[in-house]
Write a protein of this length. Structure first.
Length: 157
């Protein structure tokens, strides 16, 4: 039974990170946290790393602490699995956002998958706003239906 609860805790924490990321993106990064996030919205980057990358470290802290304090004498309590869910979301974010969408590493440059095409489009729409105001599409894994439908129609034609 504890395997089920731990697995559920990990999946739930992963899923809740989508809301957390959306909330932080909209109400932190595009407000008082813009000082770190604004270089991510610039058209031209003069380095591989951005100040925005510090958010990855900030979001990693809760996962690291939960994993650390959730392990005791070879046993993993529910905190460990919550930390793992947060950490797995972080890896998904790194891979999908930085590698797939922004092509910081030039792999997976093309896709005919409707969901991934819609994800790229939603992110492109988010980045059309160079300032912190008037933003849209603040989520990461959750993609508005209109972009999925648009990608589906594009694939069909």
């Amino acid at each position: 039974m504890h395997y089920f609860i731990n697995g559920l805790a990990m999946l739930a924490s992963f899923a809740l990170m989508e809301f957390t990321a959306w909330f932080a993106h909209k109400y932190v990064m595009h407000t008082f946290g813009w000082v770190l996030h604004k270089d991510h919205h610039l058209k031209d980057h003069d380095s591989t790393f951005e100040l925005n990358d510090l958010y990855f470290s900030i979001f990693a802290i809760p996962g690291i602490l939960l994993i650390f304090y959730g392990y005791n004498d070879g046993l993993f309590d529910v905190r460990f699995w919550i930390g793992m869910g947060i950490t797995l979301y972080g890896f998904a974010y790194l891979f999908v956002h930085d590698v797939f969408i922004h092509q910081r590493i030039k792999i997976f440059t093309r896709t005919d998958n409707v969901y991934f095409a819609a994800m790229r489009k939603a992110h492109k729409v988010h980045h059309k706003h160079l300032g912190k105001e008037d933003g849209e599409c603040f989520g990461f894994l959750w993609v508005p239906r209109k972009y999925i439908e648009e990608a589906r129609k594009r694939k069909m034609s």
